[in-house]
Design a protein around this ligand. Structure first.
Ligand code: PGA
Length: 268
């Protein structure tokens, strides 16, 4: 089954509203987003509405970085899936390691969020990944198995259900260290196999499994060359229009222009 590569930008807690809108305007002027890839921006909540407006008429989609699982209610400081859809979000990142580690989000909570997103018509991008210690103790696949198993336990996934899995080794996030392409491939293949055993071959064949962790214009092509890598989730390198554009071009299979390496304009 054909899986359209997904390139998603996770801005985390960065950019004010004017900075977010400036990014979108500059980015859209740089090049025409290639139709071979799907591009999504996940700005902070405060920038969702203005970014949605700035993206109007472009093929770039909108994602949120987190959400609550209830539709509405007495949950001070939280944002619901209904509110996100209302702003034009199509995707929502769930279970990002920064949420798991800094905000103590547990597997049970993440599972409730995944099923709520699916119920409300948002596509979850469920993030999983092992810490350095877990990798060193040979526990990578065990951790991934637990995170996917529990993250999807209340989800009703059928063929065609839009859900994305993101493999983000914690030790590679924001560190400049990336998993070797073969290391990523091994985990991605395992993840696809797990989805096949939980939800069947058709769901597994159509599900995109993307990689995140220090993705850059320089390493995108080699990661994307792996059979089970269907896109990238980009943090730091997505904050600058030129570098994010180069990542997209690379994910679309266009070699990097020499001009780009000299800081020139991104070619068409
Ligand atoms: P990074 O972040 O690209 O800055 O490593 C990726 C992520 O946390 O999604």
């Amino acid at each position: 089954m054909e899986r359209k590569p997904l390139v998603a930008a996770n801005w985390k807690m960065n950019k004010t509203v004017p900075e977010s809108v400036d990014f979108v305007q500059e980015f859209l002027q740089l090049f025409a987003v290639p139709p071979e890839v799907e591009v999504v921006l996940a700005p902070p909540f405060t920038s969702l509405a203005p970014v949605a407006k700035a993206l109007e008429g472009s093929p770039v989609g909108l994602a949120a970085q987190n959400m609550h699982w209830e539709e509405a209610g007495a949950y001070t400081g939280e944002i619901s899936p209904v509110q996100l859809r209302d702003l034009g979000c199509r995707y929502v990142l769930l279970g990002h390691s920064e949420r798991r580690h800094y905000f103590a989000e547990g597997d049970g909570e993440i599972s409730q969020k995944v099923s709520a997103a699916l119920r409300e018509g948002l596509s979850p991008i469920l993030c999983v990944g092992e810490t350095l210690g877990e990798r060193e103790y040979g526990k990578t696949l065990e951790v991934i198995e637990r995170q996917i198993g529990s993250g999807t336990q209340e989800a009703d996934l059928e063929d065609g259900t839009e859900m994305v899995l993101a493999y983000e080794p914690v030790w590679a996030i924001g560190t400049g260290k990336t998993a070797r392409p073969e290391e990523a491939q091994e985990v991605h293949r395992f993840m696809r196999g797990m989805v096949a055993s939980l939800f069947g071959g058709a769901v597994s064949a159509g599900m995109r499994v993307i990689y995140g962790g220090s993705v850059s214009p320089e390493n995108t092509a080699e990661i994307m060359a792996m059979e089970d890598v269907d896109g990238v989730l980009v943090g730091g390198a997505s904050l600058v229009p030129e570098s994010f554009a180069r990542i997209i071009k690379s994910a679309a299979g266009n070699p990097l222009d020499t001009d780009d390496d000299q800081g020139g304009q991104v070619g068409l």
